[in-house]
Design a protein around this ligand. Structure first.
Ligand code: G6P
Length: 760
């Protein structure tokens, strides 16, 4: 309020000063104009009178002179006329002229002496006069003078009138404009500003509820965005500080982003950190004229992105978005995350042939079904293998370029897209510390050996110093495969492979999530009750139900989504009392849809959900809602928070992070996780209801157990699982991986001028 008052006062004073000066100037100009006009008029009149008066003076016709001055004496603004003799005595004078003009004034005397006309303004008391004098001639000599006296006080009156009028009018206009400006400022600036201030105050004092967002508007849009980010960071920092304090108090060993950052800094001691993964964490896509980014549905991205956020470094990935090129620089680089840039994303561009052969065909129609025992036959094509080699070489070149000028850099390669990359990098940069983490299962030697290029893949992988899998079982399978297919010495004590003077350590690192950050969506205040979130979700989906189940997957045949639907059907057959009561929502992200198997799967699942719905649905309820689209973390969060159960029924899965995300979201300690025993996650989450997804009856029973489980048991199970994922979070995973890698000293120094790997 004080600001507004000050603003008004300042505006009024400034406006008044400006108007005062400008109207004063105008009035002065008007005065000059009027004076000039009077001078002109007086001079013309004096000259015409001079012509008439001179013969009368010459003939000493006083009567004629008197008539002349009387005739002209009543002209507009003319106060009077005087004709003087050469000795200064008035010969004729207008009767109304003040007596002081009886005497020859000074300027008339000068005119007579110099024989030249004169004029001047004269102020007498309150009155202003204009005097115009011309000499009168008699026989070629100056014989007197003619004086015209004008009353000039009207000039002051007009000037003052004009000034007053203009001043009032202009002041009114300026004040009106100032008032309008003030109102605009008040509405568009001061109000949102005071709301923002109040919002920040409430945020600081923790009074804010999650529904209260910052004032929006054109002016405040960018500020609101920045402050929201700041508020989020503040909330996260506050939560982290509270967590740290709690942990210090409890004396527990817990990994946080901050701790990882410090740890990686001390372990790497300034060495570069480079992550290579096919999938990029931020994909820029075009929507009409707008460009926006999405975070793709990928367990790998969910897990690895928080590490880069915490530690910085470079993530090298395929630039797959249709607006990726426009959002990166000439080197394919950009700083991410878009809101709080903290690391570099370097995009590698692939041709359509490369993407088809390397990604769709060899990696996803070959290696993916080869490693997942889901009974989809792998397809191996020589052309695709050639593209796989070519793209691995392309990525190797991109990595080596990034490593130029660094010493003993740390390279973390992700997944089955890059089996050849470790060897390609180590061949050029033996000083680099290279780890390859395999995010999917590793099958037994018989299964893997069907790949025509099994030995080449193993050779590429064994270029790494460290090989990671989610569980020991996959490590064992890998070592068995190496034992069976390539010449090497396996150290079963250390779980290491020695080959061509290179040692590769093979270890399990069960991947996880940034558990605390899953609870982030609320910026302050209390989260609504679970039942309220559930009611809102079901209402939004247009169904009436009491129980909600959720599944979150990429639409992939390894995820057992069809089996899940059939288990729900079985459950409703067996427990009719849940018909009309239980709705299952599957949030399915379309994935790899250019592959026929994936494309067909979407339609198969639609048909299966429709078939089951037709069997049971009523006017206001249906058992399965299959939402086939990309869902952001924020869209998924309320489903995790409110579901009575989460179904993870993968037919085979390296880890499965959906299971962990569901647990992380359950701050209320409620909800039941039904988890496939064929996932890596089932080795850690013993309090889930573990099922064999192929056994439809068993999964149906588990759904019943989950929906009838008492609150106390739900809480006890959930608390234990929450403890597990908080203790073994993604920061601990990264710390273990980097520490292990740093412990392995690279054998040789870098070559002086490494040649780039050649594409085949
Ligand atoms: C699995 C793989 C990841 C992959 C993700 C999504 O989790 O292990 O490497 O990123 O699926 O698949 P996409 O093919 O879309 O990257």
């Amino acid at each position: 309020m004080r600001i507004t008052l000050r603003l008004i006062l300042a505006l009024v004073l400034a406006a008044a000063a400006v108007v005062f000066i400008s109207t004063g100037f105008q009035a002065r100009q008007e005065q000059v104009r009027l004076e000039e006009e009077l001078e002109r008029r007086a001079s013309v009149l004096a000259e015409s009178l001079q012509e008439s008066a001179e013969p009368l003076v010459a003939s000493e016709n006083l009567e004629g002179l008197r008539r002349l001055v009387q005739r002209f004496g009543d002209r507009e603004r003319l106060a009077g006329i005087v004709v003087y003799a050469s000795d200064g005595q008035p010969l004729a004078i207008t009767a109304s002229l003040p007596a002081r003009f009886q005497e020859l004034p000074e300027i008339a005397r000068e005119a007579v002496q110099t024989d030249q006309g004169r004029d001047a303004f004269l102020v007498v008391g309150q009155q202003r006069w204009h005097l115009e004098v011309l000499p009168l001639h008699r026989a070629g000599q100056v014989g007197g003078a003619l004086l015209l006296v004008h009353d000039a006080s009207y000039i002051d009156v007009q000037r003052n009138g004009l000034w007053r009028q203009n001043f009032v009018r202009l002041l009114f206009h300026v004040l009106l404009i100032s008032l309008i400006t003030l109102l605009i400022v008040q509405w568009n600036l001061l109000r949102p500003l005071s709301k923002t201030i109040e919002w920040i105050r409430r945020l600081r004092t923790g009074e804010l509820s999650e529904h209260e967002s910052l004032p929006k508007g054109e002016l405040f849009g960018p500020l609101a965005r920045e402050v929201t980010h700041m508020a989020k960071s503040l909330t996260v920092a506050r939560a982290a500080a509270e967590e740290e304090a709690k942990l210090r108090h409890a004396g527990e060993s817990h990994w946080t982003a901050e701790r990882l950052k410090e740890h990686v800094r001390s372990v790497l001691q300034g060495r570069a950190l480079v992550v290579v993964a096919n999938r990029e964490p931020y994909v820029h896509i075009r929507e009409g004229r707008q460009i926006r980014w999405v975070m793709p549905a990928s367990g790998l991205v969910t897990a690895v992105e928080p590490i880069l956020r915490a530690c910085g470094g470079t993530w090298i990935a395929h630039g797959s978005g249709d607006a990726d090129r426009e959002t990166a620089d000439a080197h394919g680089k950009l700083k991410v995350p878009p809101e709080t840039p903290s690391y570099t994303l370097k995009r590698v561009w692939l041709t359509k042939e490369e993407e088809d052969g390397y990604y769709y065909c060899f990696a996803n129609e070959g290696l993916w079904p080869l490693c997942h025992i889901a009974h989809t036959r792998p397809i191996f094509k020589a052309d695709a293998w050639a593209e796989y080699q070519r793209v691995n070489a392309k990525f190797a070149a991109a990595v080596l370029e990034e490593l130029e000028g660094t010493e003993h850099p740390c390279v973390l390669i992700q997944d089955y897209h890059f089996a050849l990359l470790p060897r390609l990098i180590k061949a050029r940069r033996p000083d680099a510390m290279v780890a390859l983490f395999w995010h999917i299962p590793w099958p037994n030697p018989e299964a893997f050996a069907i790949c025509p290029w099994a030995r080449d893949l193993l050779d590429g992988m064994l270029g790494a110093d460290l090989l990671g899998f989610h569980i020991q079982f996959h490590c064992n399978n890998f070592l068995d495969t190496v034992d069976r297919l390539v010449e090497s010495r396996i150290d079963w004590e250390r779980f290491a492979v020695n080959r061509h003077e290179q040692t590769t350590l093979v270890k399990p690192f069960p991947i996880s999530i940034a558990a605390e950050e899953m609870n982030e969506p609320y910026t302050g205040g209390a989260r609504p009750a679970t039942s309220t979130i559930r009611e809102n979700l079901l209402k939004g989906l247009g169904v009436t139900a009491s129980y909600l189940g959720v599944g979150v997957d990429r639409i992939d045949y390894t995820k057992g989504i069809g089996e899940r639907f059939r288990a729900i059907e079985r459950f409703l057959e067996q427990h009719k009392e849940f018909q009309g009561q239980f709705t299952f929502v599957e949030l399915g992200a379309p994935s790899r849809t250019l592959i026929k198997r994936y494309h067909d799967l979407g339609a198969e699942l639609d048909a299966e959900a429709d078939r089951i719905n037709r069997r049971f649905q009523t006017r206001t309820w249906k058992p399965i809602i299959f939402l086939k689209k990309h869902h952001s973390h924020a869209e998924i969060a309320p489903f995790y928070q409110a579901a009575n159960l989460c179904l993870v029924t993968s037919l085979h899965d390296g880890m499965n992070l959906v299971a962990k995300e569901f647990i992380a979201a359950r701050t209320d300690g409620q909800g039941v996780l039904i988890l496939s025993g064929l996932t890596g996650a089932s080795r850690e989450l013993h309090d889930a209801l573990i099922v064999n997804p192929y056994d439809i009856d068993q999964t149906a029973d588990a759904i019943h157990v989950a929906l009838t489980m008492g609150e106390a048991e739900q809480r006890a199970r959930m608390e234990r699982m929450r403890q597990t994922i908080h203790e073994r979070n993604i920061y601990r995973w990264a710390a273990d991986l980097v520490s292990e890698l740093a412990r392995l000293r690279p054998a040789r120094e870098p070559k002086v001028s490494p040649a780039a790997p050649q594409a085949v």
